[in-house]
Design a protein. Structure first.
Length: 170
């Protein structure tokens, strides 16, 4: 995402001090460092920053739940139970008039419960299944048909984005 001029102005002194020409350069360097180290926390923080600058949220992503998801696979049973309780509280806070304000946020809880019951393989299997469904929908669109109602494709992407948060990083 391109940084806004206001963000560039606000960050100029810090960027200059650290030898970066622009906020985009700093973000690219941090992203590369995060990828090299496979640091999920750096990646999540970069996504938070990118969302703030762009004013757009990654489809289905909730930063508080993403942070829980990123460490969920490495928790013991007690830690997972606590994370599930925290996720339930976050979801309650996102509920307005009986509906979630972030479409697909409930997928975090679904994934947590599945990983708690069946292990990380639950998330891996879900990702494979979702990727196949997204690919089938894309193939159908290219062929001029519709594999499923158009509204289902964004839901598949939301689910895919959430489930990838649960993968262990090497």
């Amino acid at each position: 995402h391109a940084a806004t001029p206001a963000a560039e102005r606000l960050a100029r002194a810090v960027l200059s001090h650290h030898g970066f020409a622009s906020l985009s350069d700093a973000m690219a360097a941090a992203t590369l460092a995060g990828r090299r180290a496979y640091d999920g926390e750096v990646r999540r923080l970069l996504e938070d920053i990118g969302e703030a600058i762009a004013g757009e949220r990654k489809v289905g992503r909730v930063s508080e739940l993403a942070a829980l998801a990123g460490r969920f696979a490495d928790l013991d049973d007690e830690g997972r139970a606590g994370a599930i309780e925290e996720a339930e509280r976050v979801l309650e806070g996102l509920t307005v008039d009986g509906s979630l304000s972030v479409p697909g946020a409930e997928v975090y809880l679904e994934a947590m419960r599945g990983v708690a019951d069946r292990g990380v393989a639950f998330a891996e299997d879900a990702i494979v299944e979702l990727a196949l469904k997204v690919a089938a929908a894309a193939d159908a669109r290219r062929a001029g048909g519709a594999a499923q109602p158009e509204g289902d494709v964004p839901a598949l992407h939301r689910r895919l984005n959430v489930f990838t948060e649960f993968l262990r990083k090497p």
